[in-house]
Design a binder for this molecule. Structure first.
Ligand code: ATP
Ligand code: MG
Length: 413
């Protein structure tokens, strides 16, 4: 059986000329969020009317995770006819244990015979008569909402808060370095909250990508897909990198590896239409994340590097991780994550020193050799693995990748 919900959007309403695009993307995201429930999502006079299968709890969970939603409410959908509206209002009123109420009517169809105030007054009198409930305009136990639109009307009582933010995709794509620790999933969530669509990039050491696909990385992507819908993960092997850099000083290892990750993500950006790289770094959380080492990471980058958690304390990150349900999973052991560990990493690495090792060790060419062995994993909107295939073969028909390769070999490190 299907139920109806009215869904209001938040900040998107403020976006002036961009508004139609924002609304279009939010509509697509709502459909994706309700994937598998056969949803119908239509825009009516500035709000969505959603008819979908699924239990109230399931639907509320999904709508409550869709960025751009200000609030939503289970609703009765009726023809825009006074008697039909009245029956729906009476039904909602008699289902509530409230002693006082208020009617909030909104008429966006100006051809409807009563204006908003008249409609509220008539319905208020009828509800008071029928149920014995008292009208209380200042502090009612329940507010009964009636929205009359062009071809239909909705009646609803309880508003539930959505997550706010901006619809995922409106800010474009970002290649997000994803480790499986506590921080990077939270950073992904914050990026999505502001409309970015992350493409997850994970570096693994295991001999085969399947080990990463079967690990908590996929389970974390599944949790995050509740917020972002369809996800893409690029799995990059770094065994060859380890061999190539075996002779580099140990104290530089974290900075060099992080530079290599950045270069690899940046090289991939054009083929995904991404305009930035992101990390879960938090200022001075580790030696590799001092301001100096962040500079060594960013040096030479041709696109912005985003760090949503830069100023967050670990406790703040942990509390967000719990809220978005990634915390427990992030704590699970995952050997690959700790593959690059150095006992005494340098806290002030000079960018030029890293540039020098990148040159000496031929790391730019290594980026492309590494990507040759990378795997693309696509997930459906509820986070099930749909396909995993060699990255470059999959992107072969993307001419931008070839162009990117040419540009990349002449650009700074
Ligand atoms: P935590 O700090 O909780 O272990 P983390 O995800 O922040 O988790 P760090 O070791 O602090 O892990 O790494 C800092 C950042 O570097 C990560 O947030 C992530 O963006 C990136 N990173 C680290 N390891 C990897 C990896 N194996 N693949 C991709 N990105 C990684
Ligand atoms: Mg961290």
């Amino acid at each position: 059986m299907s139920s109806t919900y009215v869904v209001h959007y938040s900040e998107v309403a403020l976006k002036g000329k961009n508004r139609p695009e924002f609304v279009r993307i939010l509509r697509r995201n709502l459909r994706r969020a309700l994937w598998g429930l056969d949803p119908d999502v239509s825009l009516n006079d500035g709000r969505f009317v959603v008819t979908t299968k699924g239990s109230d709890e399931d639907v509320a969970g999904r709508l409550g995770a869709t960025f751009g939603v200000a609030w939503f409410s289970p609703a009765s959908l009726v023809e825009p006819d006074y008697q039909k509206i009245l029956s729906a209002v009476l039904e909602r009123a008699s289902n509530s244990s409230a002693k006082s109420f208020k009617i909030e009517a909104r008429r966006s169809d100006k051809t409807f015979p009563q204006n908003s105030q008249e409609l509220a007054r008539m319905l208020g009198a009828a509800v008071a008569d029928d149920t014995g409930m008292k009208v209380d305009l200042s502090d009612p136990d329940v507010v009964l909402h009636v929205d009359v639109m062009r071809s239909r009307a909705v009646v609803y009582a309880k508003k539930k808060s959505g997550p706010g933010g901006l619809p995922v995709g409106t800010a474009g794509r970002v290649l997000h370095l994803f480790s499986g620790g506590i921080d990077s999933p939270v950073a992904a969530w914050l990026l999505m909250k502001r409309g970015c669509m992350p493409v997850y990039v994970h570096f693994y050491l295991a001999p085969l990508p399947q080990a990463a696909i079967d690990s908590k990385i996929t389970r974390l992507v599944k949790i995050l897909s509740a917020y972002g819908g369809k996800s893409t993960l690029v799995l990059v092997p770094f065994a060859e990198y380890q061999l190539a850099t075996a002779g580099a000083p140990g104290e530089l290892e974290p900075s060099l590896f992080r530079r290599f990750m950045r270069m690899t993500a940046e090289a991939l950006a054009p083929s995904f239409g991404a305009t930035a790289v992101a990390t879960g770094d938090s200022l001075s959380q580790a030696a590799s994340q001092t301001l100096w080492n962040i500079a060594a990471f960013d040096a030479g980058s041709t696109i912005p590097v985003l760090r949503p958690l830069l100023t967050y304390d670990k406790e703040e990150i942990v509390s967000l991780a719990r809220r978005i349900s990634t915390y427990e999973l992030s704590l699970e052991e995952y050997k690959d994550c700790c593959a690059i560990v150095t006992r005494h990493p340098r806290t002030r690495v000079k960018p030029e020193l890293i540039d020098e090792y990148v040159r000496q060790l031929g790391l730019r060419d290594l980026v492309w050799r590494t990507l040759d062995a990378a795997t693309l994993v696509s997930y459906n909107p509820v986070g099930d693995v749909m396909r995993s295939s060699p990255l470059l073969e999959t992107l072969r028909r993307t001419p931008s990748l070839v162009r990117a390769k040419a540009d990349f070999s002449t650009s700074p490190t």
